[in-house]
Design a protein around this ligand. Structure first.
Ligand code: FES
Length: 115
Protein backbone atom coordinates (compact mmCIF):
# COMPACT_ATOMS: atom_id res chain seq x y z
CA UNK A 1 0.00 0.00 0.00
CA UNK A 2 1.32 3.45 -0.84
CA UNK A 3 -0.08 6.72 0.30
CA UNK A 4 0.83 10.26 -0.55
CA UNK A 5 1.11 12.98 2.06
CA UNK A 6 1.96 16.61 1.71
CA UNK A 7 4.61 17.72 4.20
CA UNK A 8 6.01 21.21 4.18
CA UNK A 9 4.53 21.84 0.76
CA UNK A 10 6.58 18.98 -0.71
CA UNK A 11 4.90 15.86 -2.05
CA UNK A 12 6.25 12.83 -0.28
CA UNK A 13 5.36 9.26 -1.11
CA UNK A 14 5.05 6.99 1.88
CA UNK A 15 5.32 3.28 1.36
CA UNK A 16 3.94 0.74 3.79
CA UNK A 17 6.75 -1.38 5.25
CA UNK A 18 5.11 -3.63 7.84
CA UNK A 19 3.29 -3.73 11.14
CA UNK A 20 5.38 -3.01 14.22
CA UNK A 21 4.42 -6.43 15.50
CA UNK A 22 6.28 -8.00 12.54
CA UNK A 23 9.61 -6.64 13.81
CA UNK A 24 11.16 -8.75 16.57
CA UNK A 25 11.94 -6.83 19.76
CA UNK A 26 15.56 -5.63 19.46
CA UNK A 27 15.77 -7.49 16.17
CA UNK A 28 15.51 -7.10 12.42
CA UNK A 29 13.19 -8.26 9.66
CA UNK A 30 13.36 -8.02 5.90
CA UNK A 31 10.40 -6.45 4.14
CA UNK A 32 9.75 -6.26 0.42
CA UNK A 33 7.63 -3.16 -0.18
CA UNK A 34 5.28 -3.12 -3.13
CA UNK A 35 6.96 -1.81 -6.25
CA UNK A 36 10.54 -2.42 -5.12
CA UNK A 37 12.82 -5.20 -6.27
CA UNK A 38 15.16 -4.94 -3.30
CA UNK A 39 14.51 -5.77 0.31
CA UNK A 40 14.49 -3.26 3.14
CA UNK A 41 15.72 -4.14 6.61
CA UNK A 42 13.54 -2.83 9.43
CA UNK A 43 15.07 -2.77 12.90
CA UNK A 44 13.73 -2.37 16.43
CA UNK A 45 16.34 -0.73 18.63
CA UNK A 46 14.85 -0.60 22.11
CA UNK A 47 11.41 0.34 20.76
CA UNK A 48 12.61 2.80 18.13
CA UNK A 49 12.37 1.78 14.49
CA UNK A 50 14.95 2.23 11.75
CA UNK A 51 15.17 1.12 8.12
CA UNK A 52 18.10 0.57 5.79
CA UNK A 53 18.72 -1.15 2.51
CA UNK A 54 19.04 -4.84 3.34
CA UNK A 55 21.94 -5.70 1.04
CA UNK A 56 25.38 -5.46 2.62
CA UNK A 57 27.58 -2.92 0.83
CA UNK A 58 30.46 -5.42 0.85
CA UNK A 59 28.74 -8.35 -0.84
CA UNK A 60 25.49 -9.84 -1.99
CA UNK A 61 24.00 -10.89 1.32
CA UNK A 62 21.00 -9.74 3.31
CA UNK A 63 21.87 -8.03 6.58
CA UNK A 64 18.52 -9.09 8.00
CA UNK A 65 20.09 -12.55 8.32
CA UNK A 66 22.72 -11.13 10.66
CA UNK A 67 22.77 -10.25 14.34
CA UNK A 68 21.59 -6.92 15.72
CA UNK A 69 23.39 -5.82 18.87
CA UNK A 70 22.07 -2.51 20.11
CA UNK A 71 22.06 -0.32 17.00
CA UNK A 72 24.78 -2.35 15.24
CA UNK A 73 23.93 -4.92 12.59
CA UNK A 74 26.60 -7.54 11.91
CA UNK A 75 26.75 -9.02 8.42
CA UNK A 76 26.31 -12.80 8.46
CA UNK A 77 28.93 -13.36 5.74
CA UNK A 78 32.16 -11.64 6.82
CA UNK A 79 31.20 -10.00 10.10
CA UNK A 80 31.31 -6.41 8.88
CA UNK A 81 29.02 -4.06 10.76
CA UNK A 82 26.90 -0.95 10.34
CA UNK A 83 25.13 1.53 12.60
CA UNK A 84 21.49 1.09 11.57
CA UNK A 85 20.63 4.63 12.73
CA UNK A 86 23.06 6.34 10.36
CA UNK A 87 24.17 3.61 7.96
CA UNK A 88 27.81 4.23 8.93
CA UNK A 89 30.15 1.31 8.27
CA UNK A 90 31.66 0.38 11.66
CA UNK A 91 33.67 -2.79 11.05
CA UNK A 92 35.84 -3.93 8.15
CA UNK A 93 35.59 -5.27 5.59
CA UNK A 94 32.65 -2.86 5.23
CA UNK A 95 33.74 0.64 4.29
CA UNK A 96 30.75 1.93 2.31
CA UNK A 97 27.79 3.25 4.31
CA UNK A 98 24.36 1.71 4.05
CA UNK A 99 21.50 3.76 2.70
CA UNK A 100 19.03 4.61 5.43
CA UNK A 101 15.33 5.48 5.16
CA UNK A 102 13.20 7.62 7.41
CA UNK A 103 10.48 5.78 9.30
CA UNK A 104 6.98 7.11 9.87
CA UNK A 105 4.76 5.47 12.46
CA UNK A 106 0.97 5.47 12.20
CA UNK A 107 -0.65 3.35 14.86
CA UNK A 108 0.86 -0.12 14.51
CA UNK A 109 1.99 0.52 10.93
CA UNK A 110 5.45 1.55 9.75
CA UNK A 111 5.92 3.56 6.57
CA UNK A 112 8.93 5.03 4.87
CA UNK A 113 9.70 7.53 2.16
CA UNK A 114 11.69 5.30 -0.19
CA UNK A 115 13.36 6.53 -3.36
S1 FES B 1 29.26 -9.44 2.54
FE1 FES B 1 28.85 -8.30 4.36
S2 FES B 1 30.80 -8.10 5.30
FE2 FES B 1 31.21 -9.14 3.42
Amino acid sequence: MAIDNRMGGKMEKRIFLCQKSAVPANGVVQVCPEGRSDGIAVYDVEGKYYATEDMCTHGMVALSGGDLEGATIFCPLHGGAFDVRTGEALEKPCTIALKTFQIFEEGDALYSALD
